[in-house]
Design a protein around this ligand. Structure first.
Ligand SMILES: [Cu+2]
Length: 117
């Protein structure tokens, strides 16, 4: 019985070492993947075409007629979103064609990026 326990312990140690080695390999692989991704950023900062319908500096809301915002599961529609900062509002006006990135920031749909082409 004592021998069996020892054998099991050794076997477990070997298994642990093996999985550590595998984990290290996976991490090395992930690092390479991340490096490749950081140049392409697929989908991460994708911009969507929109037209500014209304800007309300008092509330920080910008009404956008926008294409599908796939990252937040929003189809094309006209809707008001919170601008991330006041500077964003300052340089747009009704009728501007823009490119936007809207993200769910702590439950608030927020325009995190707004570019005028
Ligand atoms: Cu919407």
């Amino acid at each position: 019985m004592k021998k069996f326990v020892t054998v099991t312990a050794v076997f477990c140690a070997a298994l642990t070492l093996a999985s550590v080695a595998v984990a290290a390999d996976e991490m090395a692989g992930m690092k390479m993947d991340n490096g490749a991704m950081s140049t392409a950023k697929p989908g991460k900062s994708q911009l969507t075409d929109a037209v500014v319908k209304k800007v309300d500096p008092s509330t920080g809301m910008v009404t956008l007629q926008h294409g599908a915002l796939t990252n937040i599961g929003m189809s094309a529609m006209t809707m008001a979103y919170k601008a991330e900062d006041a500077a964003m509002i300052a340089h747009v006006k009704e009728g501007d064609k823009v490119k936007v990135r809207v993200e769910d920031v702590n439950g608030t749909l927020t325009i995190v990026k707004l570019e005028k082409p």
